[in-house]
Each structure stands twice: as C-alpha cells, then as structure tokens.
Design a protein around this ligand. Sequence first.
Ligand SMILES: [Mn+2]
Length: 195
Amino acid sequence: MRTASITRNTSETAIAVELNLDGTGVYSVATGIGFLDHMLEQLSRHSLIDLTVKIDGDLHIDQHHTTEDSGIAIGEALAKALGDKKGITRYGHAYAPMDETLTRVALDISGRPWTVWKVDLKGPRLGEWDTELIEHWFQSFAQAAGITLHVENLYGTNQHHIVESCYKGLARALRTAVEIDPRKADSIPSTKGML
Ligand SMILES: [Mn+2]
C-alpha cells in the first residue's frame, strides 16, 4: 500500500497528515485557515490522493507557521508513501484553466528539490490567508517531497482563480507523476537506478 502517516509536533504547530497515493480523492482537511483548506481539498480531489490534514497551529501569531508546516508535512507524507519510487511515471505536467486564468505546472519526482514560482499575486489577502505565504507553501512542499516543481501563471486577473489554478495544476501533474507506469512497474525510473 502506498500510504503514509506523519505526525509533526513543534512549539509552533501540531500536525497529523494521512495520505494514500492510490486513493479516489477523499479528503478531510482542517488547518484553521479557510482558504488553505479550500486549496488542500482541491489538491486531493484532482490528484485522487486521499488526504487527511489536521493542524493546531499558532494562528494567534500569524499564519506563517501553519502554512509552511502544512506544506512540509504533506511533502514528507508524499515522499514516505512513494518509498523507493519504483514504477512511478515520475514526470507530470498540467495546464489548469479557470475562467480567465491559465496556469502551467510541470514537475519531476526527482529527489532534487527545486521550485520555480512565476506567479504574481497583487492583493495582500485571499479570504483571511496572507497571499505572500502561498509561494512559501509551494517551496516548503517541494523541498519536503523532494520534487522539482515549476509553476507559472500564464495569465489571469482574479486572485482566487490564479491561486486555485496553481493547486489544481499541481494536483493534475501529481496524479500523472505518482501513477504506476504499467510498462515499467518493477523498476525505478532513472538510468542511475535510484531517485
Ligand atoms: Mn474556489
């Protein structure tokens, strides 16, 4: 079973994540930040990765630790569930349109964390979520998951659409990349023999 559970307790956040790569997109998300919940639900629904996320974070300070640590914990759970990455498709990409907005996400489950973020968010907040934290979420997730992640918003004006298209693009790209490739299900997809 390609599943993982992570509990992560610090003085800033207490987090429990459960994840099933071979799920059907069933989710239960409660981070204490409404818009982040909405995005993580999209991530699960469109990747078909089952995802449970519970966070008790220090929101009385600000949303930084809760946002960052949710990305780290989900990334760690993803890496743990992938194990030695045997048989995975490894690469994934998606164009995610949402009304006037179009975002492209490309990723490689490479073991080489890198993030390219070309998304210009102008407003300070989405719901009550500080928009400056969104880039940080993607960086934290990619670092912990060990993936090379490129996100580019090609155009769009509505901030809600732009951010949601980033998460939906990530979801669709992940769905492809974590899928077992039936033509090569018993080997690690690298000429080096490891990822
Ligand atoms: Mn929405």
